[in-house]
Design a binder for this molecule. Structure first.
Ligand code: 3PG
Length: 214
């Protein structure tokens, strides 16, 4: 899937669930629970040893979900997530080494930015769709508005401290294509295989996005 198609999927869904998973055998049910609630994107982070296998399982068994690799911070991880079937990659920050590895791999990438210097590096590399991270802690909506002054060409997926309570503030900005967050996949719900709860959280989020967009 090319970058334009990935961006269209992110926009259409509006919310990217950020998954931190301890047990890869739960990944497929988790992704299906999100899809059942109307969220057809799953960002599986590499923060735990199970992350890569969880990503591979979702990419293989849940084709209706966009399989996104998250917390990719080294070039070596780029090849690993490509082999696991990732269709797009998200990082918490920007690095030239990861940028080059992703260009070589031909995978769409949302690098993380939080400052004007980060934005300069992203724009310099031709990366115009970025994760704004950590969104709330880095200044939230007013920081995005301020960064859009010098960088009107950038669009953002704010993540970090975003939830049902404030996603409308972010999605109201034209330069925000979607928001990300872990609130859809509480660790205890995943550990207890409480898929009904995950589906309910996904449903609330997807319905809120639909309502906001009329
Ligand atoms: C991320 O890396 O995207 C964040 O840890 C998600 O932030 P949240 O837990 O505040 O949603």
């Amino acid at each position: 899937m090319d970058e334009a198609a990935v961006i269209a999927r992110l926009k259409a869904c509006g919310v990217v669930p950020v998954v931190v998973i301890e047990d890869a055998s739960l990944a497929v049910d988790l992704a299906r629970a999100l899809v059942a609630g109307g969220i057809d994107i799953v960002e599986v982070t590499l923060r735990r040893p199970a992350g890569l296998a969880a990503l591979a399982a979702i990419a293989r068994d849940v084709p209706e979900a966009l399989a996104v690799a998250g917390t990719v911070v080294t070039p070596a991880q780029v090849q690993q997530v490509k082999d696991a079937g990732a269709q797009a990659v998200v990082s918490p920050g920007f690095s030239e080494a990861v940028d080059e590895a992703l260009k070589a791999a031909g995978l769409p990438w949302l690098p993380g930015v939080a400052t004007a210097s980060d934005c300069m590096r992203a724009v310099g590399a031709g990366r115009l769709t970025c994760k704004f991270f950590p969104a709330e802690q880095a200044g939230g909506v007013s920081a995005i508005k301020a960064l859009s002054g010098p960088f009107p060409q950038l669009q953002f997926c704010p993540t970090g401290g975003v939830g049902l309570n404030n996603l409308a503030d972010y999605l109201a900005l034209k330069q925000v294509i979607c928001v990300g967050g872990s609130w859809l996949v509480p660790a205890d719900a995943v550990a207890n295989r409480d898929w009904a709860r995950v589906t309910q959280l996904a449903k609330e989020a997807s319905e809120r996005v639909k309502a906001l967009r009329g």
